[in-house]
Design a protein around this ligand. Structure first.
Ligand code: SAM
Length: 306
C-alpha cells in the first residue's frame, strides 16, 4: 500500500497538530526552489564548478554499475537537476528522478531534454506515490537524505522497499557524525547563525541508519565508514555477516522477537484470567454497582452542597 493511499495517519491529538511555524513541507520545498534559483549547481554540489558538474556524476554512475540488471528501471530520490541521471541514461532502459523542488525538476528537464529515457518528476517530498509497487530495479539517493527529517527518510525507505522488485537494490549515502571530517561539517551547522536560521542538515551514525533500513524491511549488505549503504529487497530483513555492529542488530532483533513472544504469552494469560468464572462474576457485579448503572441508587438526597 502506498503511504499516501490512506488517511489513517492523520494526527489525532490537537497537540500533535500544532507543528513548528515555518517548518512545514511547503516552506521546505520553497527553500529548495530558492536554492535552485540562486545557484542550482552549488546548491547541489558546492565542490563543483559549472564544468566539473557535468562529469562529477560519472563516479556515482560507476559505483552503481555492478547493481544494474539488463533493461534496468532506475530511480533517484532527490535528483536535483540530474547530475547523476545524465550518466545513468546510457546504462539503463528507463531513468527516473524525483525531487521536492519544482524549480530543480524544471531545470533538470531542460538540461536533459536530449536524453529521451530520462524522466524527472516533481514529488510531494515524502513518498513515491508516482511509482507502482515492484516496478523499479535500482534506487539511489546521494546528498539528499541528509537534508530531510529522519521521519521523511524513513518514509522514503519504506516506499523504496515497496517500489523495488524482489532482489532490487537501494544504494544511498548519509554523513557520519562519528567521523572527524564530517563532524567538522556538523560543527559548522552548530554556529549561532544556523541555530537562528535552521539549515536542513542531518547527521547519522552507521547504527542508526542501518537500523532504519532494517526496520523498513531491507537486507543491508554494506555500510561503509562514510556511510554508503547498499541494501537489498529480500524476503528477510537484517544485516549481512561482517558488517560493523552486526552483533548489536542481531541482539536487538532477538530481543524484539523475545519481547513479542512475551507479550503474546502475557496477553493469553490475561485473556484466561479475564475468562475465569469468578473474575467474570466480579466484573459483572462491579458493572452493576458503577455510578449510572440501572441498579445504582445514586448518592443519598440532600447531602450535596448548596
Ligand atoms: C544537494 S541536492 C543533491 C541532488 C542530487 N542528488 C545530486 O547528487 O546531484 C539535494 C536535492 O534533494 C532534494 N530534496 C530535498 N528534500 C527532498 C525531499 N523530501 N524529497 C525529495 N527531494 C528532496 C532537493 O530539492 C535537492 O534537489
Amino acid at each position: 500500500m502506498k503511504l499516501s493511499d490512506s488517511d489513517r495517519w492523520l494526527p489525532e491529538a490537537a497537540l500533535d497538530r500544532l507543528g513548528l511555524e515555518g517548518e512545514d513541507l511547503a516552506s521546505y520545498q520553497h527553500f529548495w526552489d530558492r536554492a535552485a534559483q540562486l545557484d542550482a549547481v552549488r546548491a547541489i554540489s558546492d565542490q563543483d564548478s559549472d564544468e566539473s558538474f557535468e562529469t562529477s556524476g560519472i563516479v556515482d554512475a560507476e559505483g552503481l554499475a555492478p547493481f544494474l540488471p539488463p533493461d534496468c528501471r532506475f530511480l533517484e530520490i532527490g535528483c536535483g537537476i540530474g547530475r547523476v541521471l545524465q550518466h545513468m541514461a546510457p546504462r539503463c532502459r528507463e531513468v527516473h528522478g524525483v525531487d521536492i523542488s519544482a524549480e530543480m525538476v524544471k531545470r533538470g528537464q531542460e538540461r536533459l531534454a536530449h536524453l529521451p529515457n530520462v524522466h524527472l518528476h516533481h514529488g510531494n517530498g515524502y513518498d513515491l506515490a508516482l511509482f507502482d509497487d515492484v516496478s523499479v530495479d535500482v534506487c539511489y539517493c546521494a546528498f539528499a537524505f541528509q537534508h530531510m527529517p529522519r521521519t521523511t527518510v524513513f518514509n522514503y525507505l519504506v516506499e523504496i522497499h515497496r517500489v523495488l522488485r524482489p532482489g532490487g537494490v537501494l544504494r544511498f549515502q548519509v554523513p557520519n557524525i562519528l567521523r572527524d571530517d564530517q563532524f567538522t561539517a556538523f560543527q559548522y551547522f552548530s554556529r549561532p547563525w544556523f541555530v537562528l536560521h535552521p539549515y536542513p542538515m542531518n547527521f547519522y551514525t552507521q547504527f542508526e541508519i542501518v537500523s532504519l533500513a532494517i526496520k523498513a524491511g531491507f537486507w543491508v549488505e554494506e555500510a561503509s565508514g562514510d556511510i554508503v549503504v547498499v541494501a537489498r529487497k529480500q524476503e528477510q530483513a537484517g544485516v549481512a555477516a561482517g558488517l560493523p555492529h552486526q552483533d548489536h542488530y542481531r541482539e536487538l532483533q532477538d530481543r524484539n522477537a523475545a519481547l513479542t513472544r512475551e507479550v503474546a504469552t502475557l496477553t493469553q494469560a490475561l485473556d484466561r484470567f479475564r475468562g475465569h468464572p469468578l473474575i467474570r462474576a466480579a466484573r459483572a457485579a462491579r458493572d452493576l454497582l458503577r455510578p449510572g448503572s440501572r441498579s445504582d441508587p445514586g448518592p443519598p438526597q440532600g447531602t450535596g452542597e448548596g
